[in-house]
Design a protein around this ligand. Structure first.
Ligand SMILES: Nc1ncnc2c1ncn2[C@@H]1O[C@H](COP(=O)(O)OP(=O)(O)OP(=O)(O)O)[C@@H](O)[C@H]1O
Ligand SMILES: [Mg+2]
Length: 236
């Protein structure tokens, strides 16, 4: 009888611990800074925003910030948004047949927060106070009331701080920035009724649209600095 048959040999297959499985799942959603921009802008579009301001610093390695004037989230919902499989967009498999939103998996914010530091501040359009949460590496570090205009601001820093392999495979900053500029151009063209702006290192950039004209709703407001100072005022 072999050692396997006698049950002496330990199984080679094991169920991964939740933290490892979550890290792998996060990597499928977020593989580079542009993926973060895409998920955050799609959330803002789903929230019915008419203006979306995207800001990046250091090719997304410094800060990625997306500010929208959409429907916002209530204080009770904001921390839930960072849990896996947490979504307001579907309730059952049947809903998948009629879905009209860009997202529905309830994965994006949880995945981004698993591999970065994320501050989200939101105030719901239908009344109520502003609220803020800070999540890093999947753990909520702080939460509390915060002044905020109606809508949502999500700021992502320390991207891939806990996944060095991802960091190693990032392209040169100029390349990662170019991917983001092109992506924002595509998003602006895909959502012509939404004014989407992009600031790169504090300077307004025309989203790259491959020569196609930007929709008139893409407003040309002055650039707004990313809120690094706000993030640094939170506990480490
Ligand atoms: N900018 C936003 N404004 C208002 N609500 C938001 C915003 N971003 C996220 N949310 C809320 O948080 C929930 C979770 O967002 P998340 O992106 O993780 O999942 P999703 O959009 O439902 O699905 P997917 O993982 O496919 O993107 C959303 O379903 C939505 O209710
Ligand atoms: Mg989403």
């Amino acid at each position: 009888m072999s050692r396997t048959e006698t049950g002496l040999e330990p199984a080679r297959i094991t169920i991964l611990p939740a933290a490892v499985a979550d890290g792998i799942a996060a990597g499928e959603v977020v593989d580079r800074p542009a993926a973060v921009v895409k998920e955050l802008v799609e959330n803002a579009v789903d929230a019915g925003a008419s203006r979306i301001q995207v800001g990046i610093e250091a090719a997304g390695q410094g800060v990625i910030e997306v500010v929208d004037d959409g429907e916002g989230m209530a204080p009770v919902d904001l921390p839930l948004a960072f849990l896996r499989h947490a979504t307001s967009k579907i309730r059952s498999l049947d809903d998948l047949r009629t879905i009209r939103t860009l997202g529905f998996r309830g994965e994006a914010l949880a995945s981004i927060a698993a591999v970065a530091r994320v501050e989200a501040v939101s105030r719901p359009r239908d009344g109520g106070e502003g609220y803020r949460v800070l999540v890093e590496g999947g753990s909520q570090i702080a939460a509390g009331a915060a002044g905020s205009p109606v809508g949502t601001r999500v700021s992502v820093s320390r991207l891939f701080f806990n996944t060095p392999a991802r960091l190693k495979f990032l392209k040169q900053p100029a390349t990662e920035t170019a991917v983001i500029v092109r992506l924002v151009g595509e998003l602006a063209l895909a959502h012509p009724t939404v004014g989407i702006t992009l600031d790169v290192d504090g300077r307004r950039r025309e989203p790259a649209t491959g020569g196609r004209p930007l929709p008139p709703s893409t407003t040309r407001q002055p650039p707004r600095p990313c809120s690094r100072s706000t993030m640094e005022s939170w506990p480490a």
